[in-house]
Ligand binder design. Structure first.
Ligand code: LM2
Ligand code: CA
Length: 459
């Protein structure tokens, strides 16, 4: 239930954090479709507050004002155009939806679609919501009991009561509007802070996709094995974010010996059919939501190793992060002009992005591993090799992967593949697999220290 992303069996989505709808449509057409991406997680599409202090932070989009589809990323018409253009090239859109709360206490004014609101009066006429639709005010000051986590005010955000059928209906109508436009699913923000019975009731009110099937859902639950709310409580509702993986992959990349144990069910990690897996996300890369010890684009070599290893593996359903530079300012919004209009994503001669957009999803060791993950789905990991900060393994008889911390490797290894010539997806060098399945595996690029071959890549 709710676990099919509806993208023809493809295995990787990318979060184009804070991109404009017009740029996402172009990226679907010129890049994501060609690299085999399943889809895009987009930033919240609905009306949100405009925070002036600090000036227009990214997190203003996590304070809804209404469900009108006009946001910092663009208009409703631009949203509709993006969804259909991406869908036309086989790339689906997954919308980040905020169903737990509206804007924070103390805020009032006008949202991005022109709706007025006043949080202290619990007045959101753009929906409309009034006081009776919210939980009683209480601070979310303890993570030891589920009632406080779910019914109190997360950082002072006005907490909706999803037990009320009117609230459920408004939320379901919002999701159904998005489905009508052709989106394939949803990232549910702050799912940890809602009761699973309420989420289940909302999901039951959501329609099938026009092409048939239930929408894809993945729920944001930060579970570090230290509280009463667990990822496992959510698996009947779809995929669930696996934040323990972010920490485990960091430990593994910093000490290659530990990479074999990255997925440690002993530590309570979610089963592979429900684990939503990522190296970092827009929160923890900047010290918000479960932030801390995380690998990000700031350490590009380690980051490429971490994402490539994740995509080579068989655990969960994967999301790749695509960021903008923010330096020391964890509040900083997306690259913008003097009027706070988000900048376009331009490209340099080498295909890297300009205007302060990082575009990790275009880095060779990341972008080209998407095809690997798609090709090897369902196969076993075999022939595991781990020596001198080098890792390699095969995926059934479909693919073989290697990476090296130093950027250099020269080993003859069992690939599990039929004899033949294969082209490395990352650096383009040919690899010859002999009749006994072994091949000389060479890596010689400290910037993109990864090699991956799949059956059918022989040309
Ligand atoms: C999440 N998890 O359930 C994210 O992990 C978390 O990062 C989100 O907060 C949260 N959901 C709400 O969607 C982000 C951001 C916060 C920010 C909120 C609301 O990480 O810093 O809080 O969005 O915009 C901001 C201020 C905070 C203030 C609050 C309410 O940083 O100081 O609290 O607004 O006005 C008084
Ligand atoms: Ca709540």
């Amino acid at each position: 239930q709710y676990t099919d992303p509806h993208c023809g069996g493809k295995q990787v989505i990318v979060h184009l954090f804070e991109w404009k709808w017009t740029d996402i449509a172009l990226e679907c057409e010129r890049f994501l479709s060609k690299k085999g991406f399943c889809g895009v997680q987009v930033s919240p599409a609905n009306e949100h507050v405009m925070v002036t202090s600090p000036p227009r932070p990214w997190w203003e989009r996590y304070q809804p004002v209404s469900y009108k589809l006009q946001s910092r990323s663009g208009t409703e018409a631009e949203f509709a155009d993006m969804v259909s253009r991406c869908k036309a090239v086989g790339v689906r859109i997954y919308v980040d939806v905020i169903l737990n709360h509206m804007a924070g206490l103390g805020r009032n004014g006008t949202g991005t679609a022109g709706s007025t609101f006043n949080s202290d009066l619990f007045d959101f006429p753009g929906v409309p919501y009034i006081k009776e639709h919210f939980n009683e005010v209480c601070p979310l000051n303890s993570y030891n009991d589920a009632h406080t986590i779910k019914d109190c005010y997360l950082v002072g955000l006005t907490d909706l009561d999803q037990n009320i059928s009117y609230v459920r209906d408004k939320i379901a109508a919002f999701l159904n509007t998005l489905i009508d436009y052709g989106v394939a699913g949803f990232r549910v923000d702050a799912a940890k802070h809602m009761w699973t019975k309420d989420i289940a009731a909302i999901q039951q009110n959501v329609k099938d996709l026009p092409e048939g099937g239930r929408p894809f859902f993945y729920h944001e639950v930060i579970d570090q094995s230290n509280g009463p709310v667990t990822t496992q409580q959510y698996t009947s509702l779809g995929y669930v974010t696996e934040f323990r993986y972010c920490q485990k992959i960091k430990e593994g990349i910093e000490g290659f010996d530990r990479l074999g144990g990255v997925v440690d069910y002993g530590w309570g990690m979610t089963d592979s059919d429900h684990a939503f897996v990522f190296v970092d996300n827009h929160d923890n890369q900047r010290g918000h939501g479960g932030g801390g010890a995380i690998i990000t684009f700031e350490k590009p070599i380690n980051y490429r190793l971490a994402v490539a290893f994740t995509l080579a593996n068989d655990y969960g359903f994967t999301r790749v992060m695509s960021s903008y530079y923010f330096g020391e300012n964890s509040d900083l919004g997306p690259p913008h002009d003097i009027n706070f209009l988000t900048k376009d994503v331009p490209f340099n001669a080498d295909e890297s992005c300009g205007n302060e957009w990082v575009c990790e999803h275009r880095w060779a060791s990341i972008a080209n591993m998407v095809a690997f993950r798609n090709a090897v789905v369902g196969t076993q990991k075999q022939n595991y090799f781990n020596k001198n900060n080098q890792i390699a393994f095969s995926r059934g008889n479909k693919g073989f992967f290697a990476m090296s911390r130093s950027g250099h490797m020269d080993e003859t290894l069992q690939t599990g593949l039929p004899a033949g010539q294969y082209r490395d997806l990352i650096n383009g060098r040919m690899v010859t697999v002999g009749s006994d399945g072994t091949a000389r595996i060479q890596i010689d690029n400290p910037q993109e220290p990864v090699l991956a071959i799949i059956i059918g890549s022989d040309s």
